[in-house]
Write a protein that binds this ligand. Structure first.
Ligand code: COA
Length: 257
């Protein structure tokens, strides 16, 4: 598939999706959101792909937010629709993908950009990265899940402070607060991502998909995560991966998933 705003590259079992509007600091316009949805859907249905990296092109930004020029004239209904559509099409979609998604935050991750990174299964950052939810400085609030996912990751108090002040935090601060899992140099970001991905690639993709469902259930209203865990645990027993994993262990060899 060809895209106008993103690049998709496949390297063995890793697919890298790069948002490619560097002149606009990779801001998320409507077309980019649709293209990202399509690329993630493609990667998830591609049997070869077992880990997805999401990053931004250029040295300055991961994503500097939703494209402000697209919604500056919106009314109440259009605003609500923008948020709803975006959440469904991209942010919730990524969070619930069966394939692990790692955000490589290589610069500014602001507003919708940080929300996009937070929708990924986890995040690593370069030491020049700056993260924040500056929406209240524009007279609006985060609308792509930021008010929900930021408190889940950094706790309510820190999230309230970040949202109310609209301030950017450093990669180091993000690391200390659990917003990102690792920080490295900008040049080292891809290598670090590959080291982590290679550890993931040793494991059962079916079990990982079940684990994503079970962990996500912890954050869904009206869903009993323990029940989801029981169901997914049971489901694993019916998979070829379970047979291979347990047989390999008993035969004292590496599992071949
Ligand atoms: N939406 C639309 N365009 C954006 C954008 C966004 N969220 N963020 C950056 N851009 C555009 C700028 O308008 C500028 O375009 P231009 O060259 O055509 O004028 C270009 O990207 C470069 O940005 P610029 O502001 O000149 O870079 P900077 O280094 O001076 O500042 C930021 C960088 C990130 C601090 C600044 O761009 C910014 O504050 N962006 C908005 C962040 C934001 O509020 N995001 C939340 C949106 S809900």
């Amino acid at each position: 598939m060809s895209y106008n705003n993103i690049l998709v590259t496949e390297n063995d079992e890793i697919t890298t999706i790069t948002i490619n509007r560097p002149k606009k600091l990779n801001a998320l316009n409507k077309e980019t959101i649709q293209e990202l949805h399509d690329a993630f859907a493609d990667a998830d249905s591609d049997e070869e792909t077992r880990v997805v990296f999401l990053t931004g092109s250029g040295e300055k930004a991961f994503v500097a937010g939703a494209d402000i020029s697209e919604f500056a004239n919106f009314d109440v209904a259009e605003g609500a629709n923008l948020s709803k559509k975006g959440q469904e099409l991209l942010f919730d979609f990524i969070e619930n993908l069966s394939t692990p998604v790692i955000a490589l935050i290589n610069g500014f991750a602001l507003g919708g950009g940080l929300e996009l990174a937070m929708a990924c299964h986890f995040r690593i950052a370069s030491d020049n990265a700056k993260m924040g939810l500056p929406e209240v400085s524009l007279g609006v609030i985060p609308g792509y899940g930021g008010t929900q996912r930021l408190p889940q990751l950094v706790g309510k108090g820190k999230a309230m402070e970040m949202i109310m002040t609209a301030a950017m935090i450093s990669a180091e601060d993000a690391l200390q607060n659990g917003l990102v899992n690792h920080v490295t140099t900008q040049e080292g970001l891809l290598t670090l991502a590959e080291i982590i991905a290679n550890k993931i690639l040793r494991n059962s993709p079916m079990a990982i998909a079940s684990a994503i469902k079970a962990v996500n259930a912890n954050f869904k209203d009206g869903v009993n995560g323990y029940q989801v865990e029981i169901a997914q645990f049971g489901h694993c027993f019916g998979t070829d991966d379970f047979e291979e994993g347990t047989t390999a262990f008993l035969e004292k060899r590496k599992a071949n998933f």
